[in-house]
Design a protein around this ligand. Structure first.
Ligand code: PLP
Length: 191
């Protein structure tokens, strides 16, 4: 029978019950240095008193309001990020997948607005992971991710990975050639 939690990860048999700064405590008492930080998504350590106080204070006031309303704290954070980085503006997403999806859409929109709508191809590394949306899966270049959902990925995204020729050999219906394949074909015919 399938487990109650959809088995998408190869999970290590470790049950962490507490975190202290950079350390994780397993239920059997072992301590592990947390170098993973939730795959680099929660790099704030665990249970820092200042963070616990800030979260508790907010949880006692208001949990969530829609983006239909102005959110002063969101505005303040965006201004801090803009001031401290290369960015001119910030879009807050709920997940890494959404961020990758947005990056794909922004890049395509940029070239569309510049009058070059044909510039849609995106090259990614083989064996990478960018999340679980159709575009992010198409960009992963990992056959185990793309297998069985290739049709859906192709329909929604033409992200191509460096492994695509490897995948295409196994696919009965290859996609239209990407920029990368076209330029390789051009180079080959010029030789
Ligand atoms: C490099 C990279 N991109 C994107 C994601 C997707 O993030 P999320 O699970 O928050 O959608 C992950 C998640 O592990 C990741 O490691």
């Amino acid at each position: 029978m399938i487990p109650a939690v959809l088995p998408t990860y190869a999970r290590a048999p470790l049950h962490f019950v507490k975190g202290e700064g950079s350390w994780l405590l397993e239920e059997d008492g072992r301590r592990f240095l947390d170098l993973g930080s939730g795959i680099a998504v929660t790099a704030l350590g665990h249970a820092h008193p200042a963070l616990v106080a800030a979260l508790t204070e907010q949880a006692n006031k208001l949990w969530h309001v829609s983006n239909l309303y102005e959110i002063p704290q969101q505005q303040a954070l965006a201004e801090k990020l803009v001031a401290a980085s290369f960015a001119d503006t910030v879009f807050f997403t709920n997940s890494g997948t959404e961020s990758c999806e947005l990056a794909v859409k922004m890049a395509r929109k940029y070239w569309y607005e510049k009058g070059q709508p044909e510039k849609t191809d995106i090259l990614t590394f083989s064996g990478s992971f960018h999340g679980r949306s159709s575009a992010a899966i198409a960009a992963s270049g990992a056959e185990k991710m793309v297998k069985g959902s290739r049709r859906c990925c192709r329909a929604s995204c033409t992200c191509l990975s460096a492994t695509w020729p490897h995948l295409r050999r196994r696919s009965p219906t290859p996609p239209a050639p990407c920029w990368w394949s076209r330029s390789r074909a051009r180079a080959a015919s010029a030789r």
